[in-house]
Design a binder for this molecule. Structure first.
Ligand SMILES: *[C@@H]1O[C@H](CO)[C@@H](O)[C@H](O)[C@H]1NC(C)=O
Ligand SMILES: *[C@@H]1O[C@H](CO)[C@@H](O)[C@H](O)[C@H]1NC(C)=O
Ligand SMILES: *[C@@H]1O[C@H](CO)[C@@H](O)[C@H](O)[C@H]1NC(C)=O
Ligand SMILES: *[C@@H]1O[C@H](CO)[C@@H](O)[C@H](O)[C@H]1NC(C)=O
Ligand SMILES: *[C@@H]1O[C@H](CO)[C@@H](O)[C@H](O)[C@H]1NC(C)=O
Length: 639
């Protein structure tokens, strides 16, 4: 039996109806059946176990749970691979949601009512619809798409509001692969190598969540494999001697927390992870409201073969750049995705009259979104500017947006409202000139405004089996804080070096860390408050105001107090937004960025000045995990 998909057709634009009539036929069971692993043509076999196959790959999906139980690759270089299930047996491509329903926390997955097959000569789209909404109260469907003669299968999902009382902590699709085959990983081409084995993990000492100390003194943590957040398009994956399985994120308009969001990629257990939403590094929960709908993805799972890890990773990067040209994917016919009616925004971004020398991020958000870091419900479209300042934000759904721009080396944010996007049109904004905020003459600055603490000194962490780690990606940098800075930083402007003399985080007590962790480095707990010092000379006017701007790259349950020449000028018990982003302990150089501006009378300045930072109040051993992470500090005077 063959019938037309009326819902899909009615939403399509006129010019596509002809193509739609000839191509998009919906089949019940009667499509071309396939012989499992014949790798002869694009085909699907319906049943309790659905087989989806083409010339390059074959997968089996358990229909009721929507889980992929087997995946085979028609390798050209390794015959053994062809008959190897690349997944770990039984339901190893699967969905997990950590949710709240009327205040109760639950871990749930889909129960599938229907699977709809949409098939043409070029592709097969399987749509799995979640049935039992008593446990997981959301309208949820996910799709697996396979094109003819392609070694990528695509995943995307559509979530739609069902009722109030539903909140989301984490949504993810995971692949648990065959450990005998997939012995290697690559996060970004540099963080790449053999995955620590399960036996090694089992015999290691657990020193933090998902963080293991091996007998040789090295420490592995899954957080060492978080994504390089600043990249809009990314590839990471797991690899064997002659086989690769890479996750291609062609675009990230759906990412909760915006383009600076960091998340897990792959980790031990041969896990390959796609997070639709997560709270990692401080992203708030998702709270769908009436009318809400969101499409996550598509992302691609790319299978390839090759002679080495680096070769297969490079090939996956090449494939990603091909995929970028296909965005938005025309095979997604859901009106919420709007593959055919998108527009774009372009222009030239100057800072104080010329292109910025460092990176510039441009983000289009809904008008009500003040801070992309804290936004989880809506799409955010981002792009970086070229060296000459030119930018194009592609594939934007029609609507009215707010443009938000941040740039390395520039304090603050540029915002332009009422950016109108029409379907299939480009809105050229011309040259935008962002005049940097100024509060007078710059006396000094420590660090570079870039929402990142990596330019400062890190105490040494533990060595890791993951190669090419920045120091902050190693476990336990905070445990050696008191060894590196026994008297806390004592920074003299013009003499001291931020890379050596300023620690990237400021703990609230002298020995941050739990006592059993401190034992690992033979440090005795000392719960005295920290006291950081900045010394600088001043010979200007005592009239007017001075402005201290603090950029904080992350924070865990801490505040800050600032004192100039004995006079308190700032006392902050807490900040707006999440109380903790765990960025330090989860081995990142930033979490949620915040900026704090303090204005005080220039009469408080003297020839020789002492600026001190301390905790905002009394401390105790409860402060062992409390800290702020620095982005930059600057002092300006109005006269
Ligand atoms: C739906 O899920 C709930 C909670 O797990 C269960 O009690 C109920 O029996 C399920 N209903 C159906 C129709 O499967
Ligand atoms: C499939 O793609 C490969 C290249 O990836 C090509 O060599 C081959 O001819 C194609 N086969 C078909 C049936 O189109
Ligand atoms: C901090 O630096 C100043 C200036 O170099 C110096 O006089 C002072 O002794 C230092 N304090 C500590 C605790 O090292
Ligand atoms: C800690 O002290 C013990 C006993 O003195 C010593 O064996 C060990 O090597 C020390 N560890 C470190 C990390 O300094
Ligand atoms: C004030 O300090 C600046 C920078 O240190 C210096 O260039 C200038 O000569 C000083 N002016 C006076 C009047 O001492």
């Amino acid at each position: 039996m063959i019938e037309f998909s009326v819902v899909i057709m009615s939403k399509m634009s006129i010019k596509c109806i002809i193509a739609g009539l000839t191509l998009l036929l919906v089949h019940n069971s009667s499509g071309q059946q396939c012989n499992t692993r014949s790798f002869q043509r694009l085909c699907v076999t319906d049943g309790d176990n659905v087989v989806l196959e083409n010339e390059r790959l074959s997968m089996t999906i358990s229909k009721t749970r929507g889980q992929i139980s087997a995946l085979y690759y028609n390798s050209r270089v390794d015959n053994g691979i062809r008959s190897t299930n690349l997944l770990r047996g039984g339901g190893s491509g699967y969905y997990i949601a950590n949710i709240g329903v009327d205040g109760n926390s639950l871990t749930v997955g889909p129960t599938i009512a229907d699977m709809k097959i949409t098939q043409s000569a070029e592709l097969i789209d399987l749509a799995f619809t979640h049935r039992n909404t008593s446990n997981w109260p959301i309208n949820f469907e996910f799709h697996l798409v396979l094109e003819r003669n392609s070694s990528i299968f695509y995943y995307y999902s559509i979530h739609k509001y069902l009722r109030d009382g539903y909140t989301v902590g984490q949504l993810r699709w995971a692949i648990r692969a065959n450990a005998d085959t997939f012995k290697f990983y690559s996060v970004d081409g540099k963080r790449a190598g053999p995955t620590p084995t399960q036996q090694a993990i089992n015999s290691a000492q657990s020193v933090q969540d998902w963080t293991y100390l091996f007998a040789d003194g090295s420490v592995y943590s899954k957080y060492q494999q978080i994504s390089a957040n600043e990249d809009i398009n990314t590839v990471f994956g797991i690899y064997g001697d002659r086989i690769g399985l890479s996750l291609l994120q062609t675009h990230k308009e759906w990412v909760s927390g915006g383009p600076f969001k960091q998340d897990l990629t792959t980790h031990t257990g041969q896990m390959l992870l796609f997070h639709e939403h997560s709270g990692h590094y401080g992203t708030p929960g998702l709270v769908p409201t009436e009318g809400w709908a969101k499409v996550y993805g598509p992302i691609g799972f790319y299978l390839n073969d090759g002679q080495s890890l680096s070769q297969m990773y490079s090939d996956a990067q090449r494939q990603l750049s091909d995929e970028e040209k296909k965005w938005p994917y025309q095979f997604v016919t859901a009106p919420e995705y709007n593959a055919q009616g998108r527009g774009s925004v372009s222009g030239v971004l100057h800072v104080d009259g010329s292109p910025n020398e460092e990176w510039v991020y441009l983000i289009l958000t809904e008008p009500h979104v003040d801070d992309p870091q804290l936004e989880t419900a809506t799409y955010m479209y981002s792009a970086t500017a070229k060296e000459n300042g030119e930018f194009t934000i592609p594939a934007v759904r029609p609507g009215t947006y707010k443009l938000q721009v941040i740039a390395k080396g520039v304090v603050g944010k540029y915002v332009q409202n009422n950016i109108n996007v029409q379907g299939n049109k480009n809105n050229d904004l011309g040259t935008i000139n962002w005049n940097q905020e100024s509060n007078g003459q710059l006396l000094w600055q420590i660090g570079v405004p870039d929402r990142n603490s990596a330019e400062f000194k890190s105490p040494p962490g533990f060595p890791s089996p993951i190669p090419n780690l920045e120091e902050y990606r190693k476990f336990g940098t905070w445990l050696r804080y008191s060894i590196e800075f026994p008297n806390d930083p004592n920074f003299t402007v013009g003499v001291s070096d931020p890379a050596k003399d300023w620690c990237y985080f400021m703990p609230m007590i002298k020995t941050p860390g739990f006592p059993d962790q401190l034992n690992l480095v033979n440090v005795t707990q000392n719960i005295q408050p920290t006291n950081w010092k900045v010394r600088f000379d001043y010979n200007g006017s005592s009239e007017g105001t001075a402005t201290l701007t603090l950029g904080l790259a992350a924070r865990v349950r801490a505040g800050i107090r600032a004192v100039i020449n004995g006079q308190e000028i700032l006392m902050l018990d807490s900040f707006d937004g999440p109380v903790g982003d765990s960025a330090l302990f989860r081995q990142a150089a930033h979490g949620i960025f915040r900026q704090q501006i303090v204005t005080f009378s220039q009469s408080l300045l003297q020839e020789k000045n002492l600026l001190e930072f301390t905790p905002p109040g009394a401390v105790s051993q409860n402060h062992r995990d409390r800290m702020v992470m620095w982005d930059f500090l600057r002092l300006e005077v109005s006269n």
